[in-house]
Design a protein around this ligand. Sequence first.
Ligand code: NAD
Length: 266
Amino acid sequence: MIKIGVTGAAGRMGKTLIEAVANAEGVELTAALERPESSLIGADSGELAGLGKNGVVIAGDINEVVDQFDVLIDFTAPVATLANASVCAAAGKKMVIGTTGFTPEQEQQLLANQDKTALCKAANFSTGVNVTLKLLRQAAEILGDDYDIEIYEAHHRHKVDAPSGTALAMGEAVAAGVERNLRDVAIYGREGQTGARKRETIGFATVRGGDVVGDHTVMFMADGERVEISHKASSRMSFARGAVRAAAWIAGQDAGLYDMQDVLGL
Ligand code: NAD
């Protein structure tokens, strides 16, 4: 049985992850964490997730529970994930990282832990999105420079980073397909006298509101036709199931950096 810790246990993803671990085979929840100042420290994590008592009490300090799990699943916030990663790396514990919104410096600091332990990091853990990423790269390779590429994403009103990590991953996939560097060609907003669109640019449009779990559409547009490749998430369970699958997989891997494409063998 692979022992799983979930941090951000009271968050939208945390509760869904606790349920996904409970419903998966070969894994068991052995630790749950929240921020130290949370009023939920000491509460039963199963009750919090609406599953009834599971006996795993929410802790506020990772150092107290780091010897209780094999893999930590972390969907929290960049600063919290960085702190958790250094504790896990020092203890040789593996991690599945779903947090998004790292600055380039934070990303570099996080990934430095791959020398000491196995990390599986993905902007999106759903199987559907990972298949979509593969399709996008193929479409971009075939359609090439003849098509204008734009990316639209919509999320719930509570999301704090933009564009979404998934939209950026889609941008990377299409940019790789047309052999461009996303950093050089991305346009993250348009306003005023922007001038005509430059062919090589890849534009992002962000919508925030309501309870949208995650919509993404990549458009390939030419004179006379438009190809759209879309993914729409209607439940966080698709991310949570993928993250638990990644946790079971990474338990058997050596130190290094992996993503969901590795887990799925894509
Ligand atoms: P949320 O705000 O509902 O939950 C975050 C939780 O983390 C909160 O409960 C918060 O108290 C907790 N937290 C913050 N600091 C902590 C700390 N030091 N220790 C323990 N817990 C701490 O947010 P959410 O919607 O669950 O999303 C969380 C993150 O996951 C975001 O970055 C989001 O973009 C990302 N996300 C990724 C995927 C994916 O598939 N990769 C899918 C959905 C969300």
